[in-house]
Design a protein around this ligand. Structure first.
Ligand SMILES: [Zn+2]
Length: 381
């Protein structure tokens, strides 16, 4: 995780970099920020910066051996602790490390709710148990293996219960070059004994502009929809990203349904789709087409054996895989071209009903009759 991949928070980033460059790194710090502010991502980027072998003035290098391990969250001197749902009293955070890496690599703006969805939670209460506290003490009693620093990032110390007091000694007098980074949301719910032993790094909620910018730059949103989501998410990027997925999900269902109707050349149903799409409004139509273009692109990646580059949620990935059974690269490219053209015309106020009907007919030609839109070229298998 590099600072440049984290939305906004310019002042906090600068402060953290200054601490490192001015040799003012405190051994126990509390990153305190509301959900969706990026506090966990900032703590990881800070740890990566500290251990980077080729520090740049404003970020870690991202390519040295330490950075590469940090980016996979697999550095031997980087440890995580977090709330979990113990099935056994001996369970520790390490029992769930695979799920943790998966969850965090998919979304660094993790919330406890999202984390819960990766675990088999069964309505249990999340906490950081006594076994985990002992594990932390054990882990931190060794010297760093490779880096100058051994770092423990403890997410949500609010869930530490009274058992957290067993950590006091190690927080107060850690081994040399051992750092504690606590990442919390509610100061009131943290044990006072721990609070008083940490240096506070306050992280504000993101501003409306920071969220909007992030959605436009890194999540292909239009000015209009980015503004709308930024407004609704109220400074919480976790929330904003969830809204984005929600929107994508409904586009996904509609888009796949459309392709299926075209593949089956189902006239009346295609007309019903055209009717529905023509009433979506221009911004929505553009987003829908843009979603279709990126979905087809992901299908192309799958077909060309570059599956590791595909970034689709599980359910959409499954559909994409099925699509590759009825579509080859030439067809996908032809469909994509049609969608691009449609997007161009929607932007220029084309009549949506005529336009969606036309695109549907083109897609029927491609998927059902296996001819390219010009109608002259038979698509080879
Ligand atoms: Zn580096």
């Amino acid at each position: 995780m590099q600072f440049k991949h984290i939305a906004g928070q310019g002042a906090v980033k600068q402060r953290l970099i200054n601490m490192v460059n001015e040799n003012r790194v405190s051994h126990a710090q509390l990153f305190l920020g509301p959900e969706g502010s990026g506090s966990l991502a900032l703590a990881i980027a800070y740890a990566q910066y500290l251990c980077c072998e080729d520090k740049q003035p404003d970020d870690s290098c991202g390519v040295c051996s330490s950075c590469r391990k940090y980016q996979k969250l697999m550095h031997p001197d980087l440890h995580f602790s977090y709330p979990f749902f113990a099935k056994d009293k001996n369970d520790t955070a390490l029992s769930f490390i695979e799920q943790w890496r998966e969850a965090l690599l998919a979304n660094t703006y993790l919330s406890l709710d999202i984390w819960r969805s990766y675990l088999d939670a069964e309505n249990k209460q999340a906490n950081i148990n006594i076994a985990e506290c002992h594990q932390i003490i054990k882990k931190l009693s060794f010297k760093p293996f490779e880096s100058v620093y051994k770092i423990l990032i403890l997410w949500l110390p609010e869930y530490l219960d009274k058992e957290g007091n067993s950590l006091l000694k190690i927080i107060e007098e850690p081994q040399p070059n051992t750092l504690f980074l606590l990442v919390a949301q509610n100061q009131d719910q943290i044990l006072n004994t721990i609070l008083s032993r940490t240096q506070l790094v306050k992280i504000p909620a993101l501003s409306y502009d920071e969220i909007k910018e992030e959605l436009i730059q890194n999540h292909h949103q239009t000015e209009f929809s980015a503004a709308e989501i930024a407004y609704l998410s109220n400074g919480n990027l976790t929330e904003a990203l969830a809204m984005l997925q929600q929107e994508n999900k409904s586009y996904h269902t509609l888009f796949v349904q459309w392709l299926r109707l075209c593949f089956g050349n189902k006239g009346p149903e295609v007309m019903a789709f055209v009717d529905q799409a023509s009433k979506m409004g221009r911004e929505n139509q553009k987003n829908f087409l843009r979603y279709g273009i990126s979905f087809i692109r992901e299908c192309c990646l799958l077909m060309s054996g570059a599956g590791s580059l595909v970034h689709l949620p599980a359910q959409e990935l499954e559909t994409a895989q099925k699509m590759t059974n009825v579509m080859n690269t030439a067809m996908a490219q032809a469909i994509s071209t049609e969608l691009e053209k449609a997007h161009y015309h929607i932007e220029r106020n084309a009549n949506p009903k005529i336009l969606f009907l036309d695109v549907s007919l083109q897609i029927i030609k491609i998927l059902n009759f296996k001819t390219l839109p010009q109608g002259t070229l038979y698509i080879p298998d």
